[in-house]
Unconditional design. Structure first.
Length: 260
C-alpha cells in the first residue's frame, strides 16, 4: 500500500504545481502569446513544475479520498496562478493602451496591424511600445524575478492553502486601475503635444481658410508625435521597470492576502 500511495500523492502534487505554474507562465509576454505552440508552453510549465516538485511539501493524507476535494484544490491553484499573473499582465496591457492612445491622436486610428504575439489587430504605436516593453522585460532581468516569484509562491502559499480574503478583491481592482494609470502616464506627453498642435492648427484654419487641414494636419501630427515619442524614450525604461517591479511586489502581497 505504501508503494502505491506515495507515487499517487506525488502525481497529484505535481499536477497541482503544474496548474499554478502553467497559468503564471501564460502571463509572461513572450511565452503567453498565442503564436507560441501550446506544447512549448506546456513543456516549459512542466519543466518548472518538476524543478519545484522536491521543494513543495507533501499533500495532506486525506486529500485524495474525495474527488470533490481534488477538483476544488485544482481550481484553487488555477485561481492563485491567474491572480498572480494578472498583476504582470496589467503592466503590459497599460503599455499597449498607451500606444493605442498615442496612435489614435497621431492619426493612426484607421491604421492597424496584426500582432503576431496575440493574433489580434493593434495600433502601430502600440505594437512598437510592446516591443520596447518586451526588450526591457528581458534586459532588466524581470523574467528572473518572475521565476523567483513562482518559486516563492509555494513557500508563502503552500498547495491547498488558498483562502478567500476581502483584500484580494481590492488588489485585483488596483491591478485594473494600473492599466489606465500607466497607459495615461506613458501617453500623456504625446497626447498633450498633439492636442496643442491641433489647437494651433484650428487657429490657423480660422485665420487662413484656404489651408486644407486634412492634407496639412496629418503629416504635422504624425511627425510631432514621433518626435515627442522619441524624446520621451529615455523615460520609458525607468517607468516600465518601476511598474514591473511594483507588479511583482503586488503579486507577493496577493500571496499574503489569500493565505489562510
Amino acid at each position: 500500500m505504501l508503494s502505491l500511495t506515495l507515487p499517487l500523492e506525488g502525481f497529484f502534487r505535481l499536477g497541482l504545481i503544474f496548474a499554478r505554474v502553467s497559468i503564471l507562465i501564460a502571463a509572461i509576454p513572450l511565452m503567453g502569446a498565442r503564436s507560441v505552440p501550446v506544447r512549448v508552453k506546456a513543456a516549459l510549465a512542466l519543466a518548472v513544475a518538476v524543478v519545484l516538485f522536491p521543494t513543495v511539501p507533501p499533500l495532506p493524507p486525506g486529500f485524495m479520498s474525495e474527488p470533490a476535494t481534488v477538483v476544488v484544490g485544482l481550481l484553487g491553484e488555477v485561481l492563485v496562478g491567474a491572480a498572480l499573473g494578472l498583476m504582470v499582465r496589467a503592466v503590459f496591457a497599460g503599455i499597449e493602451l498607451s500606444g493605442t492612445l498615442m496612435g489614435f491622436n497621431m492619426g493612426f486610428g484607421i491604421v492597424s496591424t496584426i500582432d503576431p504575439q496575440n493574433n489580434a489587430q493593434v495600433s502601430l504605436v502600440g505594437q512598437l511600445q510592446m516591443l520596447f516593453a518586451f526588450l526591457l522585460f528581458l534586459a532588466t532581468n524581470a523574467h528572473h524575478e518572475f521565476l523567483r516569484l513562482v518559486g516563492h509562491s509555494f513557500k508563502s502559499l503552500p498547495l491547498l492553502g488558498a483562502g478567500i480574503s476581502s483584500g484580494i478583491a481590492g488588489d485585483l481592482v488596483q491591478a485594473g486601475g494600473e492599466i489606465f494609470r500607466l497607459g495615461l502616464k506613458l501617453s500623456a506627453p504625446v497626447v498633450a503635444a498633439i492636442f496643442l498642435a491641433n489647437v494651433v492648427l484650428g487657429v490657423v484654419a480660422r485665420t487662413v481658410p484656404q489651408i486644407n487641414l486634412l492634407i496639412v494636419g496629418f503629416p504635422i501630427t504624425i511627425a510631432l508625435g514621433l518626435v515627442v515619442l522619441g524624446a520621451t524614450l529615455p523615460f520609458f525604461g525607468p517607468v516600465v521597470e518601476t511598474a514591473l517591479m511594483g507588479a511583482l511586489r503586488d503579486s507577493a502581497a496577493i500571496l499574503e492576502s489569500v493565505n489562510r
